[in-house]
Design a protein around this ligand. Structure first.
Ligand code: BF8
Ligand code: SF4
Length: 646
């Protein structure tokens, strides 16, 4: 564990404040967990049945297996894929909730939500094979929402997930068919994986890993439909300018943090806040100020330009400002300790979802059928909390940075289209073929306090940009860059290599935006990573190569959640090289570790690599990208030579 807690100056100030008032933060708790148990750390602790925990004790007679006889490889494989099941369940359930609301809108049962992006609805309908010509919008919408919901309950194993089939390139589908990892239904595959990993079911690590990859493709499918349907309901983001860091919290306003993942509630709060400024003023405030934390923050940033307060590891510190009146949370990545942090101040922690409650916090059951009224009531709770705020306790770090975000796939293609209207994706392919940029990397994922908060994210970004690599970003990684002032045009000047700078100069000249483009294109929340994959799929098609050949690397420099494991795994199945900045708990089995870091490449073209040192990880990333480019060039040379000979 690193001695330096965070690279974020505002967070450091708030950590001092926490110390002063005697509040132990997640940083203190991370320290308290050291030293970690080696069995758990390497994945060789099994708690799957009540005879456990069993640990692998190779030197003890009878200790080299669990009580049931499970070897290290079975235990490690089971533990790993159960992370995937958790992650895929979280992402896809998020998608299912959005689909349910969209269906209610289409059926006329819900009048609080509406279709905001009809063009996207039409595109999605077309992509998934729903007839659009001559039909009413609401009928099409009903079919799209029903198709999304059908992904969950399908049990006919001869079928294949609709979104997967619609968006993955044929070449990938072939590989997945050959390896029998295309799911028929999300619920079926996740249940089957839990069954497969029950005590005394599957002991074959490779078979277990394939089961895990099937679940990972459910994660991808659930993500894709969640993004599509959210865009249909709330609009598809376009470039926005806003700010990030704790300085975005305002001393004179009612501050409400939107935290979690699902836009169903947060978007309504954003809408309601626009109408309720006067109510806040009547309470003596200058108005309502919304800020985002984690991926709910990314959702409302991408679509509405709401400022980012902070990311996962530092969420408690937003409360330490003493000016946070309410934190409205939905699901995932919300620390239960927020409640204890709030006890030191007047902050109201408002949980809103039936599956997410924190003992002692205020629960407001969000009602999707009366979403507008629910959102208003939540804001009123925040205004009430504001009235009890002790201004003497307010201590907001004077730190915030300019952010340019909102780079959905449509937004990126729109910018590229200003240079090449006929074939927008050609713009980045040209830049790669000319050697102006070396390739593409996506910086994604969480914070993990096994390292210094946000160091790995920002260090990787600086190093990759210096090496002329075009950067996409999402999740808490994107927020790390935003908090550090790297998600704007100034960062391009400071960190980009000469080739990347030239590429940006051309884009900026054509884009016609009021702000210069940022060092990394923020594609949205973690549930939105299919936007990045769709982008890479287009690049592959334009280059005339398969996805695993694209000079592209995904990096989760501070991976933490089960969702991160699911995301990393579908990326590997997609053919992407995936860097993880913590040592994965697969190292307890040489066999399993070799399968995911080496053998996977032979089967899928993608693989994982673990590297905790950001500079080494960046060097390896550049190496992979260069190697892939070199292979493309060599193949082309061979083809040209053959053509000349014929
Ligand atoms: O889905 S990056 S800490 S907030 S899991 Fe969580 Fe990780 Fe942040 Fe978003 Ni993603
Ligand atoms: Fe032990 Fe086997 Fe039970 Fe795991 S499943 S806890 S290895 S007996």
């Amino acid at each position: 564990m690193s001695e330096q807690r965070t690279i974020d100056v505002a967070a450091t100030q708030m950590l001092d404040k926490a110390k002063e008032i005697g509040f132990l933060t997640t940083f203190d708790r991370a320290k308290a967990q050291e030293p970690r148990c080696t069995f758990g750390n390497t994945g060789i602790c099994c708690r799957i049945c009540l005879q456990g925990p069993c640990r692998i004790l190779p030197k003890k007679p009878g200790g080299n297996k669990g009580i049931c006889g499970a070897a290290d490889y079975t235990i490690v494989a089971r533990n790993t894929v159960r992370y995937i099941a958790g992650g895929a369940a979280a992402h896809s359930d998020h998608g299912r909730e959005i689909a349910q609301v969209l269906l209610h809108v289409a059926e006329g049962h819900n009048h609080d939500y509406k279709i905001t992006d009809t063009d996207k609805l039409m595109r999605v309908a077309k992509n998934i094979g729903i007839k659009t010509e001559g039909r009413e919008v609401m009928d099409i919408c009903k079919d799209v929402a029903s198709a999304a919901l059908a992904e969950f309950g399908r049990v006919d194993e001869t079928q294949e997930l609709t979104w997967l089939k619609a968006y993955a390139p044929e070449e990938r589908l072939d590989v997945w068919r050959k390896t029998a990892i295309i799911p028929a239904g999300i619920n079926l595959s996740l249940a089957k994986l839990l069954h497969q990993t029950h005590v005394g079911t599957d002991a074959d690590p490779v078979n277990i890993i394939f089961g895990g990859l099937k679940a990972a493709l459910c994660d991808y499918d659930g993500q894709h439909l969640a993004t599509d349907l959210s865009d249909i309901l709330f609009g598809t983001g376009v470039p926005v300018v806003t700010e990030a860091n704790l300085g975005a919290i305002k001393a004179d306003k009612v501050n409400i943090a939107l935290h979690g993942h699902n836009p169903l509630l947060s978007q309504m709060v954003v809408n309601a806040a626009k109408e309720m400024q006067e109510e806040a003023k009547a309470a003596g405030a200058a108005g309502i100020n919304l800020v985002g934390i984690c991926c709910t923050g990314n959702e409302v940033l991408t679509r509405e330009g709401v400022a980012i307060a902070t990311n996962f590891a530092t969420q408690e510190l937003a409360v330490m400002t003493g000016a946070m009146d309410a934190m409205v949370v939905d699901v995932q990545c919300i620390m239960p300790s927020l409640r204890s942090a709030a006890e030191c101040f007047h902050t109201k922690i408002i949980t809103t979802m039936p599956i997410m409650k924190i003992p002692g916090s205020y629960h407001f059951a969000f009602d999707e059928d009366h979403a507008v009224e629910s959102a208003k009531e939540i804001i009123r709770l925040a205004i009430e909390a504001y009235k009890t705020r002790d201004q003497a306790q307010v201590n907001i770090p004077n730190i915030k940075n300019k952010v340019v975000a909102g780079f959905t796939l449509e937004a990126i293609l729109n910018i590229f289209g200003k240079i090449n209207p006929e074939n927008p994706i050609r713009v980045i392919v040209d830049a790669m073929e000319a050697g102006e940029i070396k390739g593409i990397a996506a910086l994604i994922g969480c914070n993990n306090l096994k390292g210094t908060h946000d160091y790995n994210h920002t260090a990787m970004a600086k190093e990759l940009a210096k090496n002329d690599i075009f950067l996409l970003a999402g999740g808490c990684s994107a927020q790390a860059h935003a908090l550090a002032g790297m998600m704007n045009g100034d960062a391009v000047k400071e960190y980009a290599g000469e080739g990347l700078k030239k590429f940006y100069a051309r884009l900026n000249a054509a884009a016609g935006l009021t702000e210069e483009l940022p060092l990394m294109f923020h594609t949205g929340s973690c549930v939105d990573y299919s936007r990045q994959q769709d982008f890479v799929n287009l690049v592959a098609k334009e280059m005339g190569v398969s996805v695993p050949e694209v000079p592209f690397v995904v990096s989760a420099p501070e991976a933490m959640s089960e969702k991160a494991v699911a995301i990393g795994s579908w990326n590997v199945a997609y053919g992407n090289a995936v860097h993880v900045g913590v040592i994965a708990p697969t190292v307890g089995s040489q066999l399993v570790n070799d399968v995911v870091t080496k053998v996977a490449e032979d089967v899928f073209g993608g693989f994982f690599f673990w590297e905790t040192d950001a500079l080494k990880a960046a060097a390896r990333t550049v190496e992979i990208i260069e190697e892939r480019s070199w292979k493309i060039a060599m193949r082309k040379k061979a083809r040209d030579a053959q053509a000349a000979a014929e």
